[in-house]
Design a binder for this molecule. Structure first.
Ligand code: NAD
Length: 469
């Protein structure tokens, strides 16, 4: 098939009728050959990934700019730097992570060797979305390689320029017998998913997450699902308003709002809403100037379909700030909506665009009830000068991750697990968590052949035993 990394074998195709069967069996043969097992091999592949990032830096900037007008600084921060942090952390710790972990033994096995061995799953499939089209491929890929797997990568067809770059350039850096890129959309991914994988790592929307998990269930393949949802941001009556406004505006309008952990809506009192609006307006102007359409630091919506969907959401409530659109450029201004009802369309789906609705609540308790009455989100944010308030929101809600008095920043720590819960996902990654995600923990006990009298108490005939006395 087109774009299968040039590795599909004709024999495999003819045998199963599935266009990707040959590629999968080729990778499986490589995995079974144990080629990916030595640490030196994994390190060499990871270092090659580092060279891809360095040498294709300009191409990544150009592709992501062509796909969604990503400002170069945002690409550096959210694509390149995050990948490099992951690489650095992994290369620094791999030998330690790979080591057998010896564990405590009860009396009966005290003289034996008991340990957990981290083993690769085998052939892994990574399916990525379009919003961070480099980081959301390389982030999981780094862990999958580090853990010793063979990998098929399926970038999003929506971010088509980055898809082309990944499909053409990445295989030049990696061992083609073990790593491949498959391109295409729904049709291709559906066929790809018919194959048996040993692990599937999917990032995208909850509805497609269900499709992926259903396909995986046919082969009893374990999955990680990194999904999305509506991330609430509670603002208490006591907070530093200008600082809060800058942190919220940055998190909401970064990548033109197309961020899975962006604050999706604000919850605050009516009094706070009155104070917030001028501060939000000021932060928007400070960041993007009087006309954000002319700012080199504000992105665009990725495609026409996505533009139409986000634009429709502007009809909810009343536009307090922004609201301008330009279809030709797929531009939607940084927008704040007020008078929004929980039943409005903008509160029914993940916004995934530069719109921030404000929902008025009486107090913190009502905000917490509101959050808990909805699907569990990927992130919850709480702003307050009182640590007690931030702690209350943390204590009494549930979400994939949490950040007090800022937005997005928790994603930058490789020491924190990143993932959803319930509708926002299943499993976690980043740093060592990625390595662990792609490793099977094999529980091993090795005993000596002697000392048989020690085993005698467990053998039949049981009638002669005095067990439990
Ligand atoms: P999407 O679910 O439409 O697509 C993701 C991937 O799935 C793409 O590679 C696509 O080709 C494939 N796909 C789409 N439909 C399919 C189908 N019917 N069968 C098989 N494969 C299919 O998601 P998207 O629009 O690319 O990304 C936006 C979503 O991703 C948002 O919900 C966002 O919150 C979420 N997201 C989550 C994270 C996270 O880390 N949790 C990160 C980024 C984005």
């Amino acid at each position: 098939p087109e774009g299968d990394g040039g590795m599909g074998s004709v024999d495999g195709d003819a045998m199963s009728g599935n266009p990707y069967a040959g590629l999968v069996s080729h990778l499986r043969a490589s995995w079974l050959s144990r080629k990916t097992r030595p640490m030196e091999y994994r390190v060499a592949q990871l270092e090659a990934l580092g060279r891809f990032l360095d040498e294709k830096k300009q191409a990544v900037l150009e592709a992501t700019a062509a796909d969604m007008g990503k400002p170069p600084f945002e690409v550096e921060l959210s694509e390149t730097l995050l990948c490099k942090n992951e690489l650095h952390e992994t290369l620094n710790n791999l030998s330690h992570w790979m080591k057998d972990k010896h564990v405590d033994r009860p009396l009966a096995t005290r003289l034996d060797s008991a340990f957990i061995r981290k083993e690769p799953y085998g052939v892994v499939l990574i399916i990525a979305p379009w919003n961070y089209p480099i980081y959301l491929i390389l982030g999981p890929l780094i862990g999958a390689i580090a853990a010793g797997n063979c990998v098929i990568i399926k970038p999003s067809e929506i971010s088509k320029n980055t898809e082309r770059l990944v499909a053409e350039a990445l295989p030049c850096y990696l061992d083609k017998d073990c790593f491949a890129v498959v391109t295409g959309g729904v049709q291709e991914t559906t066929r790809l998913l018919e194959n048996k994988f040993d692990y599937i790592f999917y990032t995208g929307s909850p509805p497609v997450g269900r499709i992926v998990m259903t396909a995986a269930a046919k082969h009893l393949t374990p999955v990680t699902l990194e999904l999305g949802g509506k991330n609430p941001c509670y603002v208490s009556d006591t907070c530093d308003i200008p600082n809060m406004a800058r942190r919220v505006v940055w998190g909401r309008f970064f990548n033109a709002g197309q961020t899975c952990i962006a604050p999706d809506y604000l919850l605050c009192s009516l009094e706070m809403q009155g104070k917030l609006l001028p501060a939000l307006r000021e932060a928007i102007t400070e960041f993007y100037g009087p006309n954000p359409q002319e700012s080199p630091d504000f992105g665009r919506i990725v495609g026409d379909k996505q533009f139409q969907r986000v634009r429709k959401l502007l009809c909810s409530g009343r536009v307090a700030i922004g609201g301008q659109t330009d279809e030709a450029e797929r531009y939607i201004a940084p927008t704040i909506l007020v008078d929004v009802q929980p039943s409005d369309p903008v509160m029914q789906e993940e916004i995934f665009g530069p719109i921030l609705p404000i929902v008025v609540v009486a107090n913190m308790d009502e905000a917490i009830d509101f959050i808990n009455s909805r699907e569990r989100p990927l992130a919850i944010y709480a702003f307050s000068s009182s640590d007690k308030v931030v702690n209350q929101v943390l204590e009494r809600t549930s979400s994939g991750g949490f950040c007090g008095n800022d937005t997005l920043m928790h994603v930058t720590l490789t020491s924190l697990p990143f993932g959803g819960i319930g509708n926002s996902g299943l499993g976690m990654y980043h740093g060592k968590f990625t390595f662990d995600t792609f490793s099977h923990c094999r529980g091993c006990l090795k005993r000596g052949m002697g000392r048989e009298p020690l085993n005698a108490p467990r053998y039949p005939p049981y009638s002669q035993k005095k067990f439990g006395i």
